[in-house]
Every structure is written in C-alpha cells, then in structure tokens.
Design a protein around this ligand. Structure first.
Ligand code: GRF
Length: 230
C-alpha cells in the first residue's frame, strides 16, 4: 500500500491496492447516536456485477454492519435490478422515458433516496450523468467506480483508451463523485498490468475482477470515516 496524490504513474508497477487518504466532509444527520447499520443505496444501469460484489460483501460482513436499502435503475430491464430482486432487496425501476426532463427523472430518484436515507450512494455502472443539484444534495456521500487509474482515461471506453495509449498498466479507481466526469477525489485504486496480447475484452475482464475487490474495500473504508449517526 502506498500513497499517491499526483497523476497515475506511467511506469509499470506491480498490481495491487493504492489507498488515498481524503478528509471526508459529511453532514451528520439523524438524532439517535446509538450504533445503526450503515445504509447503502446502489444505482445501476446494466449487468450489476459490481452491485453483486457489494451485496456479497454486505452479506459476509466485509462491509461490516451494513444493509442495502435501495437498488435503483434508470433501465427497468437491467440485469442488475433482476439480480437485486432475486436477493430480496428493495428495487426501484425509474425509467428515463417516463419523465419529461433529466432533472425530473433525478427528482424521482431523490424521492426514493430521501425515503431510504442512505449513508452512501454507490454508482455501480450507472450510465447517466448526475446534475450539480443531485451531487450537491448528497455531496461527499456518492461513490463511483471507474475502470482506469484516474485521472488517466476518464469517461467512456476507459479500457480501450488505456490500450490505445500504449500504457503498461491500468486498473480501477473508486472515487467520490463531484460535478465533473470521473473527476472526484479518489478513495482507492487497484492496478492491473496491460499484457502485450490484451484486447479490450481481456483487459476489461481482468480490471473487472479487481473492481469487485476494490469497491467493497472502498465502501468499508468510507464507512469507517462517517460519523456514527450517519
Ligand atoms: C464497470 O466496468 C464499472 O467500472 C463501470 O461500469 C461497469 C459496470 O459493470 N463504471 P457492472 O454493471 O458492475 O458489471
């Protein structure tokens, strides 16, 4: 484990975890100071493998004392939503097309979140940009996972970007969400070497394996820093 504050390294380094130490500005809420389970909300749009990794980590207490209070998708047919339903979790399909504007769609999600009172909101393959209003409402409590060593290769097709840039190493980053695209403060990274024979598919698969380790670790880390009544 080592600290890293500047841009992701260009030189090859062994695969492994990189943890960032960030001050967390989180407003305390709730009046009861007795220990309560941490409440996780998940937003997803697709297959939901990161959601499943998080749910498994909640079940076997790698994310200790926690509960998933809402799994929300903007894609009603998302496989991840189906997987959450099979696990008996509270699922919410909030289809984009049912709303006249992006902001109205977000407001519907906000209503669900405000009822579910999550400690943190985990974006797990959520493919819609969040407005500054949404980010501001839950600032410091929205997490995302990105399949590259940010700040290298933000945005779509990060694995392809890394391959085409001829990088010797890539990986994944769990970070807080701010108003930019994948620009929020990093929490934890895991590195994955890029092999000469790699394709986008093979690299993506190896990065995904590391995502499934990194996201639960990062959530557990963030929860230790939250006020006990959050
Ligand atoms: C992952 O590669 C994640 O890094 C990115 O979207 C993908 C989601 O995959 N943000 P899954 O739906 O969790 O399987």
């Amino acid at each position: 484990m080592s600290l890293q504050t500047g841009p992701a390294p260009r030189k090859a380094r062994p695969a492994g975890r990189v943890e960032f130490r960030q001050p967390l500005a989180v407003p305390a809420f709730g009046l009861d100071s007795s220990p309560m389970p941490r409440r996780l909300a998940i937003l997803l749009s697709g297959r939901g493998s990161n959601f499943e990794a998080i749910a498994d980590a909640v079940t076997d207490a790698r994310i200790p004392d926690s509960v998933i209070v809402a799994v929300i998708s903007d894609v009603p047919g998302a496989l991840g939503l189906q997987r959450a339903k099979e696990r008996g979790l509270p699922v919410f399909a909030v289809g984009r097309r049912e709303f006249a504007s992006r902001r109205e769609h977000e407001r519907a999600i906000e209503r669900i979140l405000d009822a579910a009172r999550p400690s943190v909101i985990c974006l797990a393959g959520y493919m819609r940009l969040l407005s500054p209003e949404f980010v501001g409402r839950y600032r410091g409590r929205i997490l995302n996972i990105h399949p590259a060593l940010l700040p290298r290769f933000p945005g779509l097709d990060a694995q392809r970007q890394a391959l085409e840039a001829g990088e010797p190493i890539s990986g994944c980053t769990v970070h807080y969400v701010d108003e930019g695209t994948d620009t929020g403060p990093p929490i934890l990274q895991r590195r994955v070497p890029i092999l000469p024979e790699d394709t986008v598919e093979s690299l993506s698969a190896r990065i995904l394996e590391q995502e499934h380790i990194a996201y639960p670790e990062a959530i557990a880390l963030v929860l230790t820093k939250l006020p006990t009544d959050t």
